[in-house]
Design a binder for this molecule. Structure first.
Ligand code: R5P
Length: 312
C-alpha cells in the first residue's frame, strides 16, 4: 500500500540518483514533480519547473556523488528554482553527501573545510532542511545552519544479514572512525566486534597495521560508510585473511567506486559486497559483483514524517 500523501507534497528527482528517486516516488504512489533539467550549449545547467510549486512542501532528491561538482551545482540550481517558485518549504534530500571527507584542518594544514562551504551553499541556495544518510562524520550535521535529519543505513544491511544467517560472525571496522557503525551492526546481529588499525597517508593511500579483536576461524563482515578507491577494504580484507578469517563480506553504504576500486575489489579475498543505492553503480561488472540494497523505504519513511510534522 503506498503511503498517504496530500497534494502539498512534491518529490523532485535530480539526475544523480534517478532510480532511488523513483523508488521513493513508488513508496508514495506518485510521479516525480515536473521539473526539467537541461543544458545550455556552453554546458550551463538550466532548470525549469512545469508545475506550480507555490505553497508546496518540496523534497529535492539529489546525491552529490560523482560527477560531484555537476551534481552539486544541479542541486543548488534546482533549489533556487523551487525557492523562486514560492514553495512553502524545501528539503534537500542528499542520500550521499559528497565533500564530507574534507571536514577539518589537520595540524594547521593550509586547506579549506570544504564540507562546511558546501553546507553553506546548500542553505544559501534556499534549502530549509536537509535529509541525508550515513554522513562520513556525524558532526557534519553541525556545519549546516538549518535542521538536518540524519538517517542510518544500518537497518537495510542488518535486515539482509539477519536473513543470510552467517555463522560465527565478527563485524570488523576497517578503521577507528567506523567503529561506532561496526558496534551497532555487531549488537544488532549478535556478532563479535573487531577493528583494523588503519592510517591514511593521502587521499589514495592508506596503511594497515594490525587487527584488534578475535577473528581467527570466524566469518567477517566489514562495515564502512564509503568504498571510494577500495584501498581501505582491500587492505582490511587482506589482513583479516592473514589472521585466519574464513569468508569476508562487505557492507558499505555509499558505493563511490572510483579509480582502481573495481580492480582492488576483484583482487581481494571477498565473498560478497553489499552497498545501498545512494549512488548508482555503473558497469556490468559491478552490477554482477556488487549487491545493491534499496534505501528508498528508509527515505520515504523519513520524508513522510518530516512532511506530516509540518502539516499537523
Ligand atoms: C574513511 O575514513 C572512510 O570511512 C572510508 O573507509 C574511506 O573513505 C574509504 O576510502 P577508500 O575506499 O578510498 O579507501
Amino acid at each position: 500500500m503506498p503511503k498517504q500523501r496530500d497534494g502539498s507534497l512534491v518529490l523532485i528527482r535530480g539526475n544523480a540518483t534517478p532510480d532511488l528517486a523513483m523508488g521513493i516516488c513508488r513508496e508514495f504512489g506518485c510521479e516525480p514533480g515536473q521539473v526539467e533539467v537541461s543544458r545550455f550549449p556552453d554546458g550551463e545547467i538550466h532548470v525549469q519547473s512545469h508545475e506550480d510549486l507555490r505553497g508546496k512542501d518540496v523534497f529535492i532528491i539529489q546525491s552529490t556523488c560523482p560527477p560531484v561538482n555537476e551534481n552539486l551545482m544541479e542541486l543548488l540550481i534546482l533549489t533556487d528554482c523551487v525557492k523562486r517558485s514560492s514553495a512553502d518549504r524545501i528539503t534537500a534530500v542528499i542520500p550521499y553527501f559528497g565533500y564530507a571527507r574534507q571536514d577539518r584542518r589537520e595540524r594547521g594544514a593550509h586547506v579549506p573545510i570544504s564540507a562546511k562551504l558546501i553546507a553553506n551553499l546548500i542553505a544559501a541556495a534556499g534549502a530549509d532542511r536537509v535529509l541525508t544518510m550515513d554522513l562520513h562524520a556525524e558532526q557534519i550535521q553541525g556545519f549546516f545552519d538549518i535542521p538536518v535529519d540524519h538517517l542510518y543505513g544500518g537497518p537495510v544491511f542488518i535486515d539482509h544479514f539477519r536473513k543470510l544467517e552467517i555463522p560465527d560472525l565478527v563485524v570488523v571496522s576497517p578503521d577507528v572512525g567506523s567503529i561506532k557503525m561496526a558496534r551497532a551492526y555487531s549488537k544488532a546481529l549478535g556478532a563479535r566486534l573487531a577493528t583494523v588499525d588503519k592510517r591514511r597517508i593521502s587521499a589514495e593511500e592508506t596503511e594497515v597495521g594490525f587487527v584488534i579483536g578475535e577473528v581467527e576461524g570466524r566469518n567477517a563482515l566489514i562495515s564502512d560508510d564509503i568504498i571510494a578507491t577500495g584501498g581501505s577494504i582491500a587492505q582490511a580484507s587482506r589482513i583479516l585473511k592473514d589472521n585466519g578469517v574464513k569468508d569476508i563480506y562487505i557492507a558499505a553504504t555509499h558505493p563511490v567506486l572510483v579509480g582502481p576500486a573495481v580492480e582492488k575489489l576483484e583482487a581481494s579475498p571477498i565473498k560478497g559486497v553489499f552497498v545501498t543505492d545512494t549512488i548508482p553503480i555503473a558497469g556490468k561488472y559491478l552490477q554482477n559483483r556488487v549487491k545493491v540494497l534499496s534505501s528508498a523505504g528508509l527515505f520515504a519513511d523519513a520524508i513522510e514524517q518530516i512532511h506530516r510534522s509540518s502539516t499537523i
